[in-house]
Ligand binder design. Structure first.
Ligand code: BJ8
Length: 424
């Protein structure tokens, strides 16, 4: 039995079913990633992390737990990692992006639920994801109706904590979110037995901001006329950001960015001249959901920006770094986590549309693809405003709806191919 199998067995996983997933992943990764030309050498680190995604990091988390540490998983970028770090725990992302877990979710959820939610519950109930076995606490939020009700079901099997996020952004909503963050801090102190001090919270803010700065640096290269890294690789890095140790991740990404800087000096591009620059907006693309990037980048397009939670929404805004009292720093967290993330769960949400227009200009895009995960009602409905604003701004745009299966791949290739052709 390999070390990984011993780890998974000790976590109570369904080894036989999980082996099927492990068999499928290398093929998918090879098709999408290793087939690319001109990949930066320092993608090696990220290749290694994803090649052993259920081995390396889970083993680190278990080791941490053996020394008394706690691991906290969350499903949404509104949940602040900083307070988890400040409590001496490890934060990890839990959103699932593979069709492999969807049937398991469908055993307990209506079919008309978005695949992200179904896969997340399937990963837990089927015992086929180590992250879903390891977490000491699962933190849900009240962003969309599908998630809200799914957490009730998940709580039958997993230790859950829910943050009640406001759905508007008025002054009283910011105060409410501050209170929610404070409740969460109390819960984390109970879980870990540690006290969150000003010093620790300030350190955690710096650590998380440094991770964001590294991602911002990566994204800055994608604004260049000659783009030194593909959209596929950039997406993978954003996805890994949710799981990896934040300090190591920032360091490895900065090392990669040094290589990209050299490429930029030499005006090296991974794309052929004339490749059309695409901005993706919409629902998140959780690991290992690489389908759309693969289709776009093999159809004459280059994904240069994602206005998504697995993209700009995760990394663009920093938390104010001024050291103050706990109350002041919590206010800074509330301002950033409520004020700067424009999820479609908010009403009104004009700031998201403004962001898309701004990003389309900054990244010099030729067209926008508005992506909706099937059965996500809020992003689907908001598509009305996105497409209207793009029309008014004269930016070509199409809306597409998809899920985690490959059933629509041919149809998507045709539609996306025609859209890119039209941009010529
Ligand atoms: S901040 S996008 S991570 S809620 S796709 S589960 S909204 S039905 S993932 Fe999200 Fe936070 Fe918003 Fe981002 Fe519901 Fe839609 Fe599914 Fe979604």
């Amino acid at each position: 039995m390999s070390d990984n199998h011993v780890l998974w067995k000790n976590l109570g996983m369904d080894l036989e079913t999980h082996d099927l997933l492990c068999e499928a992943l290398p093929q998918a990764f090879g098709d999408v990633y290793l087939s690319q030309e001109h990949r930066p050498e320092r993608m090696d680190y990220f290749n290694m992390v994803v090649a052993d995604i259920h081995g390396i990091r889970p083993a680190e988390l278990v080791k941490f737990q053996e020394k008394g540490g706690k691991v906290v998983g969350s499903f949404c970028i509104h949940v602040p990692d900083e307070v988890v770090l400040a409590a001496g725990a490890i934060a990890t992302g839990l959103c699932s992006g593979s069709q492999f877990w969807v049937p398991g979710g469908e055993k307990v959820l209506p079919t008309a639920t978005c695949p992200l939610i179904k896969a997340s519950l399937g990963a837990r109930f089927d015992r086929t994801c180590p992250f879903f076995r390891i977490c000491d606490l699962f933190v849900g939020e009240t962003t969309c109706d599908g998630k809200k009700k799914a957490w009730e079901i998940l709580s039958e099997d997993a230790p859950m904590y829910i943050m009640d996020i406001p759905q508007m952004k008025r002054d009283e909503d910011f105060l409410k979110w501050e209170k929610e963050i404070k409740f969460y801090m109390k819960k984390l102190e109970e879980l870990t037995g540690n006290t969150i001090t000003e010093e620790k919270l300030h350190d955690a803010i710096l650590t998380s901001n440094n991770k964001r700065r590294a991602l911002q640096r990566l994204n800055s290269f994608r604004k260049l006329d000659n783009v030194p890294i593909s959209g596929r690789d950039s997406l993978l890095i954003h996805q890994i950001a949710f799981y990896d140790d934040p300090k190591r991740f920032a360091q490895m990404l900065n090392t990669l960015c040094d290589e990209l800087e050299e490429r930029a000096k030499n005006e090296f591009s991974v794309y052929k001249k004339g490749t059309k620059r695409i901005l993706l907006t919409g629902t998140p693309l959780s690991i290992p959901n690489w389908k759309l990037h693969q289709i776009i980048e093999t159809s004459g397009g280059a994904v240069v920006c994602e206005e998504m939670c697995t993209g700009i929404r995760y990394s663009e805004a920093l938390v104010n770094e001024e050291k103050g009292s706990l109350d002041e720093m919590v206010k800074n967290l509330s301002d950033r986590y409520l004020g700067n993330i424009h999820c479609a769960c908010f009403t009104p949400n004009r700031a998201r549309v403004d962001d898309i227009i701004r990003l389309a200009q900054e990244y010099k895009v030729d067209g926008v693809i508005d992506v909706n995960l099937k059965f996500c009602n809020i992003y689907d409905t908001e598509g009305y405003f996105v497409e209207k604003a793009m029309r008014e701004a004269g930016i070509p745009c199409i809306g597409i709806e998809t899920d985690y299966t490959d059933e629509d791949a041919e149809q998507l290739k045709t539609r996306i191919g025609a859209f890119i052709e039209m941009l010529q």
